[in-house]
Design a protein around this ligand. Structure first.
Ligand code: PEP
Ligand code: MG
Length: 401
């Protein structure tokens, strides 16, 4: 039986050294699931609300835990997540916190899988989910909100699209990351790492493009399969509402110039992926760019859609972007994340499952990406909280094939 008998909540450390919410869900027949909430730095304006962890835990203990214990079945994810929504009573989880909600939601899924004796990806995706595995997008140079005094563009992402296996792809991204370090060294550019483990050198975007392009071609020649790259521009962080311009360190661009700049980058570097190239409120500009380059690259909405079906539906109506980033903590539950993926799929949009800049060793997103058969997962290239997911992907592929 998957009847929930206990939900335990505590604060644990995340990769930035901040506290975050961890949940344990226990069931009648001895099932156990544990999960922890991640946390963003370049958060979208329309994300579900992350509360201060001790407040989120206190509110969840008061409102959600009594409605789950002895009442809900961990194997029935929609029921669990529906209870979390009802217990919260707001649109954006501002009562119990999206951090408590997502930790409980993911822990319940793991407890449900545990009772079945099935791996989480199979519990979530079913036996007939297919044999595909996502290509990991590896953050190799980054700045923006994830590192001070580095690139304006938040993430330069290695994309080993031709890798014959998940493991080959994971190691290729690590090799691109290492090669970037060597190239920086050759140029006498010192670099620490940003929040996601990407190199965070004090260089401009143009130099980062040169270095990433060279690193990708070097590793491509070594491994013998195709490696491309992509970006998370995180443009909402650069956008100035008053002047209606995108503020770069060395220049500013109005919306038309930003669209032209991104379209040129897609062309010049044959980018396979461009996330948040425009402001999170500008569906129209997203639609214009998608019209221009949507047949060559994935134009992905992260802050634009925030894993929210209403915002995604709005984008679909307008032709804004052609893919959505899926971050369960942006919306609060696994059910909501699944619904967003489903809506995307029905409308020809791709989904990319993603980590947050603040992470833990939790591996739920690796299982979510496999369960939902998405083409890409964005979960860094190196660093313990990133390799936790990457190594789990390798294990899943190893067990499943
Ligand atoms: C992972 C990202 O960063 P954060 O978690 O800081 O929003 C992102 O913007 O895609
Ligand atoms: Mg993003």
């Amino acid at each position: 039986m998957t009847l929930i008998t206990d939900v335990r909540l505590r604060e644990v450390l995340d990769s930035r050294g901040n506290p975050t919410v961890e949940a344990d869900v226990l069931t009648e027949s001895g099932g156990f699931g544990r999960a922890a909430a991640p946390s963003g730095a370049s958060t979208g304006e329309y994300e579900a609300i992350e509360r201060e962890p001790s407040a989120a835990i206190a509110a969840a203990r008061k409102h959600a835990v009594p409605r789950l214990v002895g009442e809900a079945f961990a194997g029935n994810q929609r029921e669990v997540d529906g209870i979390l929504r009802a217990a919260d009573g707001t649109e954006d989880f501002s009562e119990i916190g999206a951090n408590s909600a997502v930790a409980i939601s993911m822990a319940a899924a793991k407890a449900g899988a545990d009772v079945l004796g099935a791996p989480l990806f199979q519990h979530l995706g079913g036996t007939f989910r297919g044999q595909n595995f996502p290509v990991p997008l590896g953050n190799v140079i980054g700045g923006g909100e994830h590192a001070a005094d580095a690139t304006d563009i938040q993430e330069f992402l290695s994309a080993p699209v031709g890798a014959p296996s998940v493991a080959d792809a994971v190691f290729a991204n690590a090799a691109v990351h290492a090669t970037v370090s060597e190239l920086l060294h050759e140029r006498d550019v010192p670099a620490g790492k940003g929040d996601e483990g990407a190199w965070a050198p004090s260089i401009d975007d143009a130099e980062a493009f040169e270095i990433v392009e060279e690193a990708v071609s070097t590793v491509e020649a070594e491994v013998g399969f195709e490696i491309r790259f992509g970006l998370d521009v995180a443009a909402a962080e650069m956008y100035d509402d008053e002047s209606e311009t995108y503020e770069y360190s060395d220049t500013s661009r109005d919306t038309d110039q930003q669209i032209a700049y991104i379209a040129d980058l897609v062309e010049e570097y044959e980018l396979v992926y461009v996330e948040d190239p425009l402001d999170e409120n500008d569906y129209e500009a997203f639609a214009t760019l998608t019209e221009e380059v949507g047949d060559q690259t994935l134009v992905c909405g992260d802050d634009l859609f925030v894993t929210n079906t209403e915002r995604l539906a709005h984008g679909i109506d307008r032709g804004a972007a052609n893919s959505i980033l899926i971050k369960p903590n942006q919306i609060g539950t696994l059910t909501d994340a699944f619904d967003a993926i489903e809506l995307a799929r029905e409308n020809g949009y791709e989904s990319i499952v993603s980590h947050r800049s603040g992470e833990t060793e939790d591996t739920t997103i690796a299982h979510l990406a496999v369960a939902t058969d998405v083409p890409f997962i964005k979960t860094g290239a190196v660093g313990g909280e990133r390799t936790a997911k990457l190594n789990e992907l390798i294990r899943i592929a190893d067990d499943a094939t």
